[in-house]
Design a protein. Structure first.
Lengths: 557, 333
C-alpha cells in the first residue's frame, strides 16, 4: 500500500515537473507534491492555435460523415466531403442545379431520348495515379446496378438506394432504365436506356454518382468507404470518427490553377453555440448550421460573414383530401387564405425563409412563377368556408411533427401559430403529436385529417417532389394527402419520360396550375439554410444540394 | 479475500444479465417500427423492409434476445448501422478519449476537493470553511452545460487562452497509436503536443470535474470532522506532532473510506455520463458515441454503448469495494 502511494506521488511529481518544463513562460511554479497538478490550470497566456499553413480551411459542422463511399449513403455530411474528393460526369452550377461540364466535357442525346453519349476529359488521373477513362465509369455504374458485382460489397451491408430510386431499380428489375453501358473509346461512353428518363442528365450531376478509381476497389475492397480515391481537387488524408476528416490539395488536379487551398479539415462540433464560439475565437473558418437567432449578431461583426444557401425544400400542411370536410376544395383554399406564412417566417425562421406557393422550390426546372399565391386574407377564408357550408366552423386534429427538420425548425410553435390563424376564421385545431415513426406510418395509412411535413430535394429535379408527394401511384407512400388527379398523374408520367427541357418545363408548369387549383396542401415555406464564416474566406458559394466544391475557395489575410 | 472476490464476481452475472435485458428492450420500447424511425420520411418501403431484415426485427422477441445473448457471449457487440463496422472494433478510440478526460477531471476534483475539505474541517467555521462550502454548494447545483458554455465564452472567445473544442488542434493533429493522447505524446517525446492536448483537457476537465469536486469536498469535510474529534487525534496532538502530520498522516487515512466511495461512484458517473460535456466540447468520447448513435437512431450502438458504460460502472464499484480492505486493514471480508 505504502509503496503504491509513494509511486503515485512520484508519478504526479514527475508530471508536474514535466508540465513546468514544457510551458514556455514560467508561471507554473514548483509545487508541493499533492497540490501540484492544479498548477497547470493557472498557466496563462498560452497562444492561440496558429494556422499551420496559410491556406488551411477548417470547416465545422454538426455531425460526422457516415461513409465516404458516397453512393451507399444518403446523408449530406458524407457528400459534403466526398464532393471534394470525387467528381461526376456532369457538374451542377455553383449555386443552382443548372447542368455544366464535369468529367464529361460534352454529351449527346439522340431524339428518342434513349441513347446518351458522354465525351470524357482526357488526361485526368485518379489520386492513386491511374487513368480516368470510360472503363472506370462503366465499372462504377455496374457496381451500383448489380448487387452481385464483385465490388458491390452487398455482404458488408452496402446498398445503393439512391441509384435504385433515381434509375428505377437495379439490374434485372422491371423499372430499371439503364439497359446497357458501352465503352466506345477510351474517353467516350454510351448509356442506352430502355425507356426515356427525363431526369437522366440531372441524375448524372448528383454527388451520389461520382467516379471512384477501379484500382482502389481492388486495393481496399469494402474498406473503400474509409479510403476514398477519386479525381477531385482534394485528396483524402485521414479520418478520425466524430472528430475530423483531413483532406489535402491534389497537386495533379486537372483544372489549371485549382484548388487554391492546401488543406481542408472537416471538424465536427455538435453544439451550435460552441461552434459559433469556435468561429469567433478563430479556430475555425466556416461553420454550418447557424441558429436563425444568431444571424443578426454576425451580420453586425466585421470579422465575420453570413452565407445563405439557395433553398431546396418545402415545408407544407397537407390535407387528407378524401375526408370531410377536406374533400371540398373550397375548405382547402380557405385554409390557404387563413394561414399567415409571413408571420410564421418572422417567428420561426428569423426571416430566413421564403413563402411557398408551389410544391417545388423556386429555381427548379418548370417552377411556375405565374401562379397567383393564395394571399393571407381571413375574410376571404371565411367566405370560402361559408360557400362550403361550414361557416359555423368545425374541429379537426392537426398532426404535428415531433422532430425538427430543416424545413421546419420548431414544429410545435409552427402548429400553435397555425392554430391561432385558424381560430381567427372560426376553425378549432387540436394539436396532436405522435412519435416520429408512428407519425410517418399513420399518415401514410391515412389516419389523419391534416398533417405537417416537408420534403428536401436531392438532384434539383421536379419529379422527385411531384411523383413522391402528389402522384396517385404514391398512395400509400409519400402521397399522404391521398390526392390523385388523373390529369396530374398523366402529365407527371409524361414529364418524367420527356427529355426535352423546355417541353418538360411546360408540363410541370401545367401540373402546378392544376395543383394550385385543387389545393391538396398548403405550401408553407422554403427555408434558407445559413452558414457563417470568417471574413477572410473568399469565393465560398453554398450550393442548394448542401454539397459544394471548395476548389476555388481561398483565404485572404 | 479471494473467496469474497470470487463471490462478488459471481454476483456480477445476474446484474449483467439484467442489464442486457434492459438494453435489449430499448429498441422495442420505442413506439412504431424501428426501421421507419431510423430511415425517416423519405424512405422507400423496400429500404424499410431491408433494414427490418438486417436488424432481425421479424423474429419473435425471445429469439431476438437469444441471438443477442449468443453474440454477446462471443464478444460480438453487433454492427453499427451508421458506420457499418463492428462496434467492438471502433469503440476503443471513444473509450480512450473518455478515460483521458475522466482521469484529468478526477485528478482535478480529488486534489481540489480533498484539500478544500481538509482545510474546511481543520479550520471549521472559519471564513475559508464557509467560502469553500458555499462554492461546493454552487458547484453541486451548477448546470454543467452552462458552466461549459461560460468557460468557452470567457477562456476561448474573449481571452483566447484555451481552445474551445476537440482533443487536438485540427490544423496540426496528433497522430496517436493508443488514442490516449497525453500518454502517447509523452512516450514519443512530442512534448509540445503533450502540452497541446493538456490545453484541450483543461476546460472540459474542469466542467466535468466540478460536481465531483464539490461532492468530494463536502464528503471529506464531514468525514474529517468526525475523525478530528476522535480520541486518538487528541493523543497525537498531545504528543506534539505538527498539524500537517496529524492531518495528512493520521486523520486522512481514517477519513478516506467514505471519500473513496464517493470517488468511485463519481468516476463511474463520469465515464458514462459525460454526454453533455463531451458534446459541448466536441470531445469524441463514449458519451458522444452514444449521443451520435441516438441522433442517427443507431440502436446497436446505443445498446452496446450503454451496456459497456454500465459494465464499467459496476466494475469500478467492485474495485472500490475491494480497495477498502487495502486502505483500512481492519475491514476483512
Amino acid at each position: 500500500m505504502k509503496h503504491r502511494l509513494s509511486f503515485l506521488m512520484m508519478l504526479m511529481l514527475a508530471f508536474v515537473l514535466f508540465l513546468a518544463a514544457c510551458s514556455s513562460d514560467d508561471t507554473a511554479a514548483p509545487a508541493e507534491q499533492s497540490e501540484g497538478a492544479e498548477e497547470s490550470e493557472e498557466v496563462e497566456g498560452t497562444e492561440q492555435a496558429e494556422p499551420a499553413g496559410d491556406q488551411t480551411l477548417v470547416f465545422a459542422r454538426g455531425g460526422d460523415s457516415v461513409s465516404l463511399d458516397y453512393a451507399s449513403v444518403t446523408d449530406g455530411e458524407s457528400s459534403r466531403v466526398t464532393k471534394q474528393i470525387y467528381e461526376t460526369l456532369i457538374e451542377f452550377d455553383r449555386d443552382s442545379f443548372e447542368l455544366g461540364p464535369g468529367l464529361a466535357h460534352d454529351w449527346d442525346v439522340d431524339d428518342s431520348g434513349l441513347r446518351f453519349v458522354f465525351h470524357l476529359e482526357e488526361g485526368v488521373t485518379f489520386h492513386d495515379g491511374t487513368d480516368f477513362n470510360a472503363e472506370a465509369v462503366k465499372l462504377n455504374f455496374e457496381r451500383w446496378a448489380d448487387p452481385e458485382h464483385e465490388y458491390a460489397f452487398t455482404d458488408d451491408g452496402y446498398n445503393y438506394s439512391v441509384y435504385g430510386t433515381q434509375f428505377g431499380g437495379f439490374k434485372g428489375d422491371d423499372g430499371h432504365v439503364i439497359e446497357e453501358i458501352n465503352v466506345l473509346g477510351d474517353h467516350e461512353i454510351e448509356f442506352v436506356l430502355n425507356q426515356p428518363l427525363g431526369s437522366f442528365l440531372q441524375n448524372m450531376g448528383m454527388s451520389y454518382f461520382a467516379i471512384t478509381s477501379p484500382q482502389a476497389f481492388e486495393e481496399h475492397g469494402s474498406a473503400i468507404n474509409e479510403n476514398p480515391v477519386g479525381t477531385g481537387p482534394f485528396k483524402f488524408v485521414s479520418w478520425s470518427r466524430d472528430d475530423s476528416i483531413i483532406l489535402e490539395k491534389n497537386e495533379d488536379y486537372w483544372k489549371e490553377g485549382l484548388p487554391k487551398l492546401d488543406r481542408v479539415i472537416f471538424q465536427v462540433i455538435p453544439d451550435n453555440s460552441a461552434r459559433l464560439t469556435a468561429l469567433r475565437s478563430g479556430q475555425i473558418d466556416i461553420m454550418d448550421g447557424l441558429n436563425p437567432d444568431d444571424v443578426a449578431q454576425i451580420e453586425g461583426d466585421d470579422s465575420l460573414q453570413v452565407f445563405e444557401r439557395t433553398t431546396n425544400n418545402i415545408g407544407y400542411l397537407g390535407f387528407h383530401v378524401e375526408k370531410e370536410p377536406f374533400d371540398n376544395p373550397d375548405v382547402r383554399r380557405a385554409f390557404n387564405h387563413a394561414i399567415d406564412k409571413e408571420g410564421l417566417i418572422a417567428i420561426l425562421y428569423g426571416g430566413l425563409a421564403e413563402t411557398a406557393k408551389n410544391t417545388i422550390p423556386p429555381g427548379y426546372l418548370g417552377y411556375n412563377d405565374a401562379i397567383d399565391e393564395y394571399s393571407y386574407d381571413p375574410e376571404l377564408a371565411k367566405e370560402l368556408l361559408a360557400e362550403a357550408g361550414v361557416e359555423e366552423g368545425f374541429t379537426f386534429d392537426l398532426w404535428t411533427m415531433p422532430v425538427a427538420r430543416p424545413y421546419m425548425p420548431d414544429p410545435q410553435r409552427a402548429a400553435e401559430a397555425i392554430q391561432a390563424n385558424l381560430a381567427d376564421v372560426g376553425i378549432t385545431a387540436n394539436i396532436l403529436t405522435k412519435e416520429w415513426a408512428t407519425y410517418l406510418e399513420e399518415t401514410e395509412q391515412g389516419m389523419h385529417d391534416v398533417f405537417m411535413l416537408g420534403w428536401s430535394g436531392v438532384n434539383g429535379d421536379p419529379d422527385y417532389f411531384f411523383s413522391n408527394l402528389l402522384h396517385g401511384d404514391a398512395i400509400p407512400g409519400g402521397n399522404r394527402s391521398f390526392y390523385s388527379n388523373e390529369e396530374v398523374n398523366d402529365l407527371l408520367v409524361q414529364a418524367k419520360t420527356e427529355v426535352d427541357f423546355d417541353a418538360r418545363a411546360a408540363l410541370y408548369e401545367e401540373v402546378q396550375e392544376l395543383i394550385h387549383e385543387d389545393a391538396p396542401m398548403v405550401p408553407l415555406v422554403h427555408s434558407i439554410p445559413t452558414l457563417a464564416g470568417s471574413s477572410n474566406v473568399s469565393n465560398f458559394i453554398p450550393h442548394p444540394s448542401t454539397s459544394e466544391t471548395l476548389d476555388e475557395v481561398e483565404l485572404t489575410n | 479475500m479471494l473467496a469474497y472476490t470470487m463471490r462478488r464476481l459471481l454476483l456480477l452475472v445476474p446484474v449483467l444479465i439484467g442489464m442486457t435485458i434492459v438494453t435489449f428492450s430499448i429498441i422495442h420500447l420505442i413506439p412504431g417500427n424501428p426501421a421507419q424511425t431510423i430511415l425517416g420520411e423519405q424512405a422507400s418501403p423496400q429500404a424499410i423492409a431491408d433494414l427490418e431484415e438486417r436488424l432481425g426485427l421479424n423474429e419473435p422477441y425471445w429469439v431476438q434476445y437469444g441471438l443477442y445473448m449468443k453474440d454477446l457471449a462471443t464478444g460480438d457487440l453487433g454492427t453499427s448501422l451508421r458506420t457499418n463496422k463492428p462496434i467492438m472494433d471502433e469503440i476503443w478510440p471513444y473509450l480512450a478519449a473518455t478515460i483521458e478526460l475522466t482521469v484529468f477531471a478526477m485528478i482535478f476534483a480529488i486534489i481540489i476537493g480533498v484539500n478544500a475539505g481538509i482545510v474546511s474541517a481543520w479550520k471549521q467555521n472559519s471564513w475559508f470553511d464557509y467560502l469553500s462550502m458555499l462554492i461546493a454548494l454552487v458547484g453541486v447545483s451548477m448546470p454543467i452545460f452552462w458552466l461549459a458554455l461560460m468557460e468557452q465564452w470567457i477562456f476561448a472567445q474573449e481571452l483566447g487562452w484555451l481552445p474551445a473544442f476537440g482533443r487536438d488542434n485540427p490544423r496540426d493533429p496528433i497522430i496517436s497509436t493508443t488514442n490516449l493522447y497525453v500518454l502517447d505524446t509523452i512516450m514519443s517525446g512530442q512534448f509540445d503536443k503533450t502540452w497541446e492536448s493538456i490545453k484541450h483537457l483543461i476546460l472540459p476537465g474542469i466542467a466535468l470535474g466540478t460536481i465531483p469536486m464539490a461532492i468530494i469536498a463536502r464528503m471529506t469535510r464531514s468525514s474529517m470532522l468526525e475523525v478530528l474529534r476522535s480520541d486518538y487525534i487528541r493523543t497525537v496532538n498531545a504528543k506534539g506532532s505538527g498539524q500537517g502530520v496529524v492531518i495528512y498522516k493520521h486523520a486522512l487515512k481514517n477519513a478516506a473510506i467514505p471519500v473513496l466511495t464517493v470517488v468511485g461512484l463519481q468516476t463511474g458517473n463520469l465515464l458514462g455520463g459525460a454526454i453533455l460535456t463531451e458534446t459541448i466540447f466536441s470531445w469524441p468520447g463514449i458519451g458522444r458515441y452514444i449521443f451520435e448513435a441516438i441522433n442517427y437512431r443507431d440502436y446497436p450502438v446505443i445498446q452496446s454503448g450503454i451496456l459497456i458504460v454500465a459494465t464499467i460502472f459496476v466494475m469500478i464499484n467492485l474495485f472500490v469495494d475491494l480497495l477498502y480492505s487495502y486502505i483500512d486493514p481492519r475491514i476483512k471480508y
